[in-house]
Write a protein that binds this ligand. Structure first.
Ligand SMILES: *[C@@H]1O[C@H](CO)[C@@H](O)[C@H](O)[C@H]1NC(C)=O
Ligand SMILES: *[C@@H]1O[C@H](CO)[C@@H](O)[C@H](O)[C@H]1NC(C)=O
Ligand SMILES: *[C@@H]1O[C@H](CO)[C@@H](O)[C@H](O)[C@H]1NC(C)=O
Ligand SMILES: *[C@@H]1O[C@H](CO)[C@@H](O)[C@H](O)[C@H]1NC(C)=O
Ligand SMILES: *[C@@H]1O[C@H](CO)[C@@H](O)[C@H](O)[C@H]1NC(C)=O
Length: 556
């Protein structure tokens, strides 16, 4: 089973076939982009059932219709329709290249993108106009993707509530009383509601996995060094990662391969850690080489990553994970109970999280980078966080105060780094001694928190963030439906692997999601919106007036 198809070649072959066999058909029904995939869009485009302009227009129409409810978008790309027209012209001449040809992608608004502001959701960075695309964005564009716009995030990716001074509060599409997780909550809410095919996120502790989990989506946090992080507003050299978020595993795998295709980037020296054969695999249109069966697999279940106290917020998570474990066991897989005391997420966070040592230095470097441009940009961390033009939630005030004075030269930073090394070795030993293929646990011990909460509590992302391990997050289930959550609240699980085991993790994720198919689209937006005849891309303004009163602006 090939997850990483040589997509560019396949598209070309399919296209030539279609172009040879068919003249343009006049569709009787417009193409519905709800839950659209790369494959469904390519089929519709290359049979002339639809046009790239109509695909982009359809997603824009959905955004106009549904974004006021969930407030996931910060800005649309004014060039999106003219790029679609260029791609339509290329379809008519048969010049179709790239696995993401005409695939609309939404970027978290911390990815540098030429022609649009890159704000991190922070009012102080509203005028930050990058002079160059992030290399990961270049890779997406080179693969044919259309950057449709930028999504809201928890401001500067520092927490998981997805509220920001420039983007307001993003709302969970499955339960409008809850947050979408975060920090990549704008991307997840948008992709869940079919505002685009793919989105991007960043993850310093939980930030792709929590929003994927809370929105019935797939995300991939790659092995540290697989995808260059340069050109993305940083938080932590040790912990930051970036990657794709999608509604299907196939789409996730294609986007991961495209982003990993950047390869070695001198601007992010962690990319030098990728073994040459890994770099070569992503460079040369990778194909998955093996497809083990579930009955041959061994999974470690991290007992310390559950909250066993019964409550309406924790019990649904424990039941959903219990169901996954019994389905795995019934399918012949072995699930090993891992109860070593070291695997305790809050304890690991409290002692080994190194963000506050690194944040100021790396944000300073980002703000001073040679290709920065734009107006009224703060020149440094200090200038930003004394400007008043930001939102830091009260539970993060200590974090920012600490970041003002901590640095990667501190003795305690080295102690923490030694602890991270120890944790990484302990994790490798757990894999080896139990002969594990992967480790599984819920992303969050409880349902994603309500709007206005003090923090996104109960998340388990720290283990992968510190050890640099790859994780695919997949939908695992839903809580019981309620009036607020007509389908229930989505619950996701992490599948954590050893370094560079991306292919194996995608195989495992595929087996589990075939065994327990879970992804559903949110009810509030599950209707077709007719594409409109846009002359230009409409301006979408985020709602900055829905910020919960518990989060005053400009205070640390
Ligand atoms: C196909 O389109 C690309 C992008 O516009 C262009 O660079 C290339 O020259 C085109 N190739 C052909 C054969 O027209
Ligand atoms: C940054 O700007 C310089 C000077 O304009 C240019 O040579 C360089 O290619 C740019 N870097 C990137 C990553 O685009
Ligand atoms: C790698 O890059 C980081 C961040 O720029 C820097 O602090 C570190 O010294 C670099 N390491 C090496 C070996 O160059
Ligand atoms: C576990 O869940 C209970 C019930 O929701 C909650 O009161 C408690 O704070 C949670 N414990 C931890 C460590 O998250
Ligand atoms: C896993 O082991 C721990 C510690 O022995 C125990 O408390 C827990 O009940 C076990 N979990 C399962 C699912 O067996």
């Amino acid at each position: 089973m090939a997850h990483f198809r040589p997509a560019g070649l396949a598209i070309l072959a399919v296209t030539l076939l279609y172009l040879a066999q068919s003249t343009a058909v006049t569709p009787s029904d417009p193409f519905d982009v709800q839950e659209a995939t790369i494959e469904s869009i390519h089929n519709a485009l290359f049979t002339r059932f639809t046009t790239c302009r109509d695909v982009v227009s359809s997603f824009i129409a959905r955004i106009e219709e549904f974004n006021p409810t969930i407030n996931a978008i910060i800005a649309l790309n004014p060039e999106a329709l003219s790029i679609a027209d260029e791609l339509d012209a290329r379809i008519s001449t048969g010049n179709i290249t790239g696995p993401l040809f005409c695939i609309p992608v939404l970027l978290k608004d911390n990815y540098d993108t030429v022609g649009m502001a890159t704000t991190g959701g922070c009012r102080g960075l509203a005028g930050n106009m990058p002079g160059a695309d992030a290399p990961s964005v270049v890779a997406l564009k080179n693969a044919g993707a259309i950057i449709l716009g930028k999504t809201n995030l928890h401001e500067l990716a520092l927490e998981g509530l997805s509220v920001s001074s420039l983007g307001g509060q993003t709302i969970n599409p499955y339960d409008h009383t809850r947050t979408p997780g975060g920090s990549s909550g704008g991307t997840s809410a948008a992709i869940a509601a079919s505002f685009a095919v793919l989105g991007t996120g960043t993850d310093t502790v939980n930030s792709m996995r929590s929003p994927a989990s809370a929105n019935s989506l797939f995300s991939f946090r790659p092995t540290r060094g697989l995808i260059s992080r340069s050109g993305v507003i940083p938080v932590s050299y040790t912990q930051d990662a970036l990657g794709p978020m999608a509604r299907t595993l196939d789409d996730l795998a294609v986007a991961l391969a495209v982003m990993a295709g950047v390869g070695y980037d001198s601007a992010d020296n962690a990319t030098a850690l990728a073994p040459p054969e890994v770099r070569a695999r992503y460079r040369d249109h990778p194909t998955s080489l093996f497809s083990p069966q579930l009955e041959d697999m061994r999974f470690g279940l991290l007992d310390g990553f559950f909250n066993h106290t019964a409550s309406p917020e924790t019990t649904p998570v424990n039941e959903v994970m219990g169901n996954i474990v019994s389905r795995l066991t019934a399918a012949g897989a072995t699930v090993v109970n891992i109860s070593e005391a070291i695997f305790n997420a809050p304890a690991i966070s409290a002692t080994l999280d190194v963000q506050t040592y690194e944040y100021r230095e790396f944000l300073d470097a980002y703000l001073a980078r040679p290709n920065a441009s734009g107006t009224h940009r703060p020149a440094s961390f200090n200038e930003l966080y004394t400007s008043g033009n930001f939102l830091v939630i009260p539970s993060q005030h200590t974090y920012i105060k600490t970041a003002f004075r901590s640095s990667s030269g501190d003795a305690s930073y080295f102690t923490a780094q030694r602890g991270i090394q120890h944790l990484t070795e302990a994790l490798a030993a757990t894999f080896a001694s139990n002969d594990l293929d992967a480790i599984i646990y819920p992303e969050q011990k409880n349902l994603v928190v309500k709007l206005g909460s003090a923090s996104q509590s109960g998340r388990n992302g720290i283990l992968a963030a510190l050890t640099g391990s790859p994780v695919v997050t997949i939908p695992a289930g839903f809580s019981a439906p309620t009036i607020d959550a007509p389908l229930g609240v989505p619950i996701g699980m992490e599948i954590l692997g050893q370094p560079w085991s991306e292919d194996l993790l995608l195989d495992i994720a595929r087996h589990i999601s075939e065994l327990v198919p879970v992804r559903r689209m949110p009810k509030f937006s599950s209707k077709m919106v007719e594409p409109r005849a846009y002359e230009s891309v409409p301006v979408i303004r985020p709602n900055m007036d829905n910020i919960p009163s518990a989060y005053p602006l400009g205070v640390v």
